[in-house]
Design a protein around this ligand. Structure first.
Ligand code: NAD
Ligand code: TYD
Length: 348
């Protein structure tokens, strides 16, 4: 094995795309998917690669020190790509401590294990996958660059900012080789339907109301998940130790425009009359402390590492809708049980 890479959170939305890309593209790497399978983790996401020789799954919580050590020993982990996290802003508002436990304490536990196991720190990479939300909220002008000061506004972004700081502290204090990337909002197949795009696709299909927070004027910068996975591959292999790379699609949309676009696309695909699904749009109470706008300046990764998004939003969103319509069993599976309870509590 050339490398033995531990990918945490590999059963989640972005993680599963990263695991698939690495397993298929690098048959001489061992890929260890370490995930404790919270409500957001789903091994169904990886059915197509689960029998590959260079893939293993390990059901471990990143807070479990002893089990983490066993994984590092058993698989002689050479590098880490860390994606495991609590990832939903709304859940962070109702239960901030869960975010501290996984995103902050779990990350520090993982850093400690890596530091203990890797005797020669300069030969190993700890790559931390983070979010643009650490930079706070923009008004109508400007972009987040790699030097924008941190200004997290939600419990989720505060926990991710804290984990970013710990990663940098381990580089500075112990000489650990680290890289961080901060990416904008992802969309695409396998995203849990608590996030805006899959939630709307699911509700349009079921003819349920489409909850738009506030006036729907908030802006997000959307990137297709496979393009994020490609960026992670490029950063992992070509990124410079100690650097930060912002990843984004230069693709800003107001929430209400995205919801309207999904209604139009799905009316056509489902053979409904034009305008039928838009009647489901319902403006609801705004999210507490709702960040107005995120927008990433992704010029550095383009200039220095040669990465650019491969898909336009128009193509990506069609592919996404098609995936959800073609994968009804997946959608039914994740929207039964706990999801019903979450939905009722959050949206009633
Ligand atoms: P997700 O919620 O879909 O998946 C998270 C995964 O982590 C799940 O498989 C879950 O089971 C696992 N996990 C959670 N807590 C764990 C723990 N204590 N131990 C082990 N595994 C645990 O999240 P996502 O959207 O795929 O995001 C992945 C990463 O990318 C996160 O770090 C997130 O902050 C970051 N990110 C996400 C976005 C986005 O738009 N979704 C954008 C930028 C960065
Ligand atoms: P989300 O997908 O939760 O991602 P994030 O909060 O990390 O940006 O939300 C995207 C945008 O959509 C955000 O501005 C909040 C808004 N939103 C709604 O209007 N209604 C909803 O039901 C959800 C989940 C989000």
């Amino acid at each position: 094995m050339k490398k033995s890479i531990l990918i945490t959170g590999g059963a989640g939305f972005i993680g599963s795309h990263v695991v698939r890309l690495f397993v298929n593209k690098y048959p001489d790497y061992r890929i260890i998917n370490l995930d404790c399978l919270t409500y957001a983790g789903n091994l169904e996401n990886l059915k197509d690669i689960e029998d590959k020789d260079n893939y293993v799954f390990s059901k471990v919580d990143i807070n479990e020190e002893k089990l983490l050590e066993m994984v590092f020993n058993d698989y002689q982990v050479t590098d880490v790509i860390h994606l495991a996290a609590e990832s939903h802003v709304d859940r962070s508002i109702s239960d901030p401590l869960a975010f501290v436990k996984t995103n902050v304490m779990g990350t520090v536990n993982l850093l400690n294990t890596a530091r203990k196991y890797w005797k020669d720190l300069e030969n190993h990479l700890f790559y931390h996958v983070s979010t643009d939300e650490v930079y706070g909220s923009l008004d109508d002008g400007g972009y987040f660059t790699e030097t924008t000061p941190y200004d997290p506004q939600s419990p989720y972004s505060a926990s991710k900012a804290s984990s970013d700081h710990f990663v940098r502290a381990y580089a500075n204090t112990y000489g650990m080789k680290t890289i961080i990337s901060n990416c904008s909002n992802n969309y695409g197949p396998n995203q849990f339907p608590e996030k805006l795009i899959p939630l709307c696709i699911h509700n349009i299909k079921e003819k349920k109301s489409l909850p738009v927070y506030g006036k729907g004027e908030n802006v997000r910068d959307w990137l297709y998940v496979e393009d994020h996975a490609r960026a992670i591959d490029v950063v992992f292999h070509k990124g410079i130790q100690g650097e930060t790379y912002n990843i984004g699609g230069f693709n800003e949309w107001k929430n209400i425009s995205i919801v309207r676009l999904l209604c139009e696309i799905m009316d056509k695909k489902l053979g409904r009359e034009a305008g039928e699904s838009a009647k489901l749009i319902t403006f609801v109470k705004d999210r507490a402390g709702h960040d107005l706008r995120y927008a990433i300046d992704a010029q550095k990764i383009n200039r220095e590492l040669g990465w650019a998004p491969s898909l336009t939003f128009e193509v990506g969103i069609e592919k996404t809708v098609d995936w959800y319509l073609d994968n009804d069993t997946w959608l039914q599976g994740v929207t039964s049980g706990d999801y019903q309870h979450y939905y009722k509590v959050h949206y009633s």
